[in-house]
Design a protein around this ligand. Sequence first.
Ligand SMILES: Cc1ncc(COP(=O)(O)O)c(C=O)c1O
Length: 360
Amino acid sequence: MAIEFAERIRRIPVYPLAAGYDLGSDIAMLASNESCFAPSIDVLDAANRAMTGVHRYPDPSYQPLRQALADRYGVARDRIALGNGSCDILLAAGEALLEPGAEVVYAWPAFSVYPHLAASSGARAIQVPLDADDRHDLDAMADEITVATRLVLICNPNNPTSTSLPLEAIAAFMARVPRHVCVILDEAYVEFSLTVGDTYASVDLLRRWPNLVLLRTFSKAYGLAGLRVGYGLCGSEDFRAAVDQVRQPFYLNAAAQAAAVEALRHQDEVERRVMHAVAARVELTEGMREMGVWVAESDANFVWVHLRDGVEEPEVIDGLAARGVLVRAGAALGRDGSLRVTIGTEAENGRFLGALRELL
Ligand SMILES: Cc1ncc(COP(=O)(O)O)c(C=O)c1O
């Protein structure tokens, strides 16, 4: 007889896993919005030093990382949530806030983990279509808030569409949200955003709205995706306490903590990755527009493309893979006929453009 699982297991969508991690080095891995640059020697050394103490559990107070983030952003330590990647905090937020009868509002397409929150909790997901430029339609989202709403997710810049909104628009939205409704502003790509400007700008919003959480990660601009470190800057201590309550105590391993603290000391490295991505996204966008495809205005470390009518997405994905270039299919991310392409090294970007030109 087969094992009988909880009913929600049938509802939870399976995360679209990226392929290629076993294919060796001659592959352009442009499918998961990671950094194409390895961490600096100092960051690797810090992680290695932590390895000598791994017969002990990691520090469950996470004080050095909490303090480093508190110093950097001027947010009290007890209002900083940490997690095994920002996904960990996101899922914990779903567990802490949602239940049958509750509603969660988010734009669609957006980050592919968002549907998981409603499916696993039994809450209702309200998916609000993006506007014609593939940006969040915040007015339409505000219109969907009801007495049942517990959580709103805004992804800025948005994954997978790379588009962003200015903070004035977010502030105007917040003014329409009742204070008991939690809003998570998912800023996984904020370091790359010229629209937002810098990573301090949105922190000001926390002072005005205690129901706001800025969700951030070390997986993108900090280049530590493999170590899994995320954080949330919270408008109030309640959110941090609730997401800690629903998780196991040791969610952040010792090497990850040490690497993240060290990475924060090397903002020049972050700047280098950001400058590379900003220059490359302009080149990629222009290169693809010359081929006649529609490319969104990217404010992130990836670009979002609508293929021309009549061009089959699976054929393009397979053709790129056959040429050693892995990108994400729009079909897996909520929109058929699209591609999401992570910015790689100059050589990888050139290889992608060359392969796409051949296929189109
Ligand atoms: C919008 C968004 N939020 C959150 C995450 C999760 O990142 P991590 O769990 O690696 O911190 C991602 C990862 O791709 C993302 O695109």
